[in-house]
Design a protein around this ligand. Structure first.
Ligand SMILES: [Mn+2]
Length: 489
């Protein structure tokens, strides 16, 4: 059953023994971060800090920090449930050729079955603060790491609209807090929010932006899902929930107030920060201890001027930290890896499974198994990855044969060691890299490496005999299984 808001999510986590309340007084400056880091790395529960220095608002963190809690947020038993549904959607539709367009239209129609709906009022506006009453410091906004530039809103859903066509985008971008009504908006140049901002800059217009925190537990996931720009994250959320996301009109970001677009916000949110960006007004943002395990350097990003804060009467402030893995964001990424695998297979049909291992922080490593049917297909697959959406940022791709379990990283390294002749099987490519990659020679561009760890064929120029892998016979395995107790081991 889909959960409607953070209050229901917290109650459900607590019922399942997946949440711990902390009543000891803690500081939002680094202390919560250290407690959370230890808890996540130990596979611990979601944490609800009820007594944070300087704020009356309780703070929820690590709510997504396990596969179980992640599936709970998505309202399913397993990621496979959603992946299977997407698979079915793909296969129900005509398979190929000219009909491709119709197939995509059919999928879109299915995804669009539960569009967001406007409602008259929402819990997110039970309290409305404007003018001098605006104060971001009412909320327990944490400073995560010692060299961070300041406190950051880390789990905000950032609502923007295109100036050109009014299309909505929801992204998860961090917001650095500078004062009670001053902040900065951190989005990367390839993010949809940044694209919208460029449109407003080009026309010299003020851009309205709302940042929602908390609310429906599906929203942080929808905001991070790698959707193409033409798919509204709220349609995807509706598809996942099997229900429409209720929206209310924001209090200040409206055409009546002189903006070119109206911004709606999720009715169930705990907190909404409304504000605007001036065209080309940039401030120094950062540094920030990032998901790479290193600090991202300070750089210039849009200043975010707050025009209103609205919140529930009893809000919960949801946040997260990123840093050296594993962190909570790994499980959001894992959900994407599983849910989007069937879609990746439509582009890369030989793909059997993929794993973005925890130590690879999403883009440093991708382990891929393929059903190899023709010579040098592993190299073809590498090129497909480097040409597909956000997978283009994959720095090191390892390709193995279909029987290798890519979820077992030691098993992958075993085949890299065993099957690779480095000079023959390693290829290099150049192109865009993740802008957080600090090792690339220049910001945002660099090289990538592919390792072909599949069995080599004669057709690939390998003219020795490839040895047979050692595997015990099924008959003996079965016999030993049956007699295991007898051995007294
Ligand atoms: Mn988007």
């Amino acid at each position: 059953m889909a959960l409607r808001n953070l209050q229901e999510f917290v109650a459900e986590l607590e019922r399942l023994g997946e949440l711990k309340r902390i009543t000891a007084r803690v500081s939002p400056y680094l202390e919560i971060s250290e407690i959370t880091d230890r808890t996540t790395k130990a596979g611990g529960p979601a944490l609800l800090f009820e007594n944070v220095e300087g704020s009356d608002v309780p703070l929820l963190i690590n709510a997504y920090g396990s596969e179980r809690r992640m599936t709970l947020a998505l309202g399913v038993e397993s990621f496979a449930e959603i992946a299977d549904e997407i698979s079915e959607m793909i296969h129900l539709s005509p398979p190929q050729g000219l009909i491709e367009k119709m197939r995509i239209a059919g999928m879109l129609a299915k995804i669009a079955k539960f569009p967001p709906k406007r409602v008259r009022s929402g819990a997110c506006q039970e309290v409305v603060l404007t003018g001098d009453d605006i104060d971001l410091y009412k909320f327990p906004i944490i400073t995560c790491w010692p060299d961070d530039g300041g406190p950051y809103v880390t789990l905000g859903q950032v609502f923007t609209k295109s100036l050109k066509n009014g299309a909505r985008n929801v992204g998860m971008y961090r917001v650095q807090v500078f004062g009670k009504n001053e902040a900065a908006m951190h989005w990367h140049m390839h993010h949809d929010g940044a694209r919208h901002y460029r449109e407003f800059c080009a026309e010299g217009k003020r851009m309205p932006v709302a940042v929602a925190v908390g609310g429906d537990p599906i929203m942080p996931y929808a905001a991070t899902a790698p959707l193409p720009p033409m798919i509204d994250e709220l349609l995807f959320a509706g598809f996942l929930k099997k229900d429409s996301v209720p929206l209310v009109k924001s209090k200040t970001l409206t055409k009546e107030n002189g903006y070119n677009v109206d911004i709606e916000v999720p009715a169930e949110a705990d907190l909404v920060i409304e504000g605007y960006l001036e065209p080309n007004e940039l401030v120094t943002e950062g540094p920030f201890g990032d998901h790479t395990g290193f600090y991202s350097l300070a750089d210039k990003y849009p200043a975010f001027h707050i025009t209103a804060i609205t919140h529930r009467k009893n809000p919960i402030y949801a946040t997260t930290i990123v840093g050296k893995p594993p962190q909570e964001d790994y499980f959001l990424g894992k959900a994407t890896e599983r849910i989007f695998l069937p879609l990746a297979k439509t582009q890369i049909p030989e793909l059997v499974d993929m794993n973005l291992p925890i130590f690879g922080v999403f883009h440093n490593f991708v382990f891929v198994s393929i059903d190899k049917q023709y010579p040098w297909q592993a190299k073809k697959v590498m090129n497909s990855f480097w040409g597909t959406g956000q997978l283009m940022f994959s720095k090191i791709i390892v390709v193995v044969d279909k029987h290798v379990n890519v979820q077992d990283t030691d098993e992958v390294w075993f085949y890299v060691g065993a099957n690779v002749d480095p000079k023959r099987d390693i290829v290099f490519m150049e192109g865009p890299v993740d802008i957080l990659d600090h090792a690339s020679p220049m910001h945002g561009i660099g090289s990538k490496m592919g390792i072909d760890a599949t069995k080599k064929w004669r057709e690939e120029g390998f003219d020795r005999d490839w040895p047979t892998e050692i595997v015990m016979s099924d008959e003996i395995k079965k016999r030993v299984d049956e007699r295991w107790k007898e051995y007294g081991l």
